[in-house]
Design a protein around this ligand. Structure first.
Ligand code: MN
Length: 282
């Protein structure tokens, strides 16, 4: 099932080229409390919501996808975890950038994962707003993995069973010398979209072609099989440091071909088995 949020707080389900408004399915969620428990309530109760979507679907109004403002398919992750240097050729290009060599010493196991602020998260319809025009903002297309249930010290062979679904992720980055968590946490610098594809529709997340073009010119093209640390290991390893909660997002690393974007640019992103999304840079 392909599930999205649109136009603020509307819930959508996408079948082929058609989207339907299934906001009514949210009625099965428990009432909101304060303080709210950490994590994303929809993802935590996804099985229940899916059943309700199936019940409502036939009578749900059709929405023109092109007219809808697509929001992040995960609204309240407790954390956005990201993998640096997880594709071999991207490491070479990162190391060749002037003045940043020290940040790229060692592989992913030495450098560790990093966290992006959840306030940086937007959907593809909202676009990226760059800051610091004198500095370079780069695109990084990544497979976004959405955690479905709470787990700590997750065994490697069970790790993929913790995945609720997959989405296209953009780990936008200001290049420079600051810590990654600062340079990658600007408002709008984490993009997810266009929807969450539930894990049952992705037989093997480790064989997916993906590509990103800017203004019609191909920049990045690779396949998730080239990841140095695969998705199961990323989940298991991350969970030895922090408890993973429903809705937590893992951005699994980018391939070679990252490059600058500037206001006015249009990024077109596609990942096999998920779909495609266009993201405007402002
Ligand atoms: Mn990245």
């Amino acid at each position: 099932m392909k599930i999205c949020w649109f136009d603020g707080a509307r819930l959508g389900v996408v079948t082929g080229a058609e989207m339907r408004d299934v906001t009514g399915a949210l009625a099965v969620l428990p009432p909101a409390t304060y303080p709210a428990p950490p994590g994303d309530m929809l993802i935590e109760h996804l099985d229940r919501v899916r059943l309700e979507i199936q019940r409502l679907w036939r009578d749900a109004p059709i929405v023109e996808i092109g007219q809808a403002m697509l929001m992040s398919p995960v609204r309240n992750p407790s954390k956005i975890i990201a993998a640096p240097v997880n594709f071999p050729f991207h490491i070479q290009e990162a190391k060749s950038a002037p003045g940043v060599f020290k940040q790229y010493e060692g592989g992913i196991e030495e450098q560790g994962l990093f966290l992006k602020a959840t306030s940086s998260l937007v959907g593809c319809g909202q676009g990226v707003r760059t800051r610091f025009p004198a500095r370079q903002t780069h695109h990084e297309i990544e497979l976004g993995v959405v955690i479905g249930k709470t787990g700590s010290d997750i065994p490697l062979d069970e790790a993929l069973s913790y995945v609720a679904g997959y989405t296209i992720a953009l780990d936008m980055t200001v290049r420079g010398g600051e810590d990654r968590s600062m340079r990658k946490s600007l408002d709008t610098y984490s993009v997810l979209g266009p929807w969450l594809v539930t894990a049952d529709e992705v037989a093997d997340p480790q064989v997916l072609d993906f590509e990103l073009s800017v203004n019609g010119v191909l920049r990045q093209r690779s396949n998730t099989r080239h990841m140095i640390m695969g998705i199961a290991k990323l989940i298991a390893w991350a969970s030895t440091f922090y408890t993973l909660l429903p809705g937590d997002v893992i951005m699994s690393g980018t391939s070679e071909g990252v490059g600058r974007v500037e206001p006015g640019d249009m990024m077109h992103c596609r990942i096999e088995s998920i779909g495609s999304m266009t993201v405007q840079v402002r």
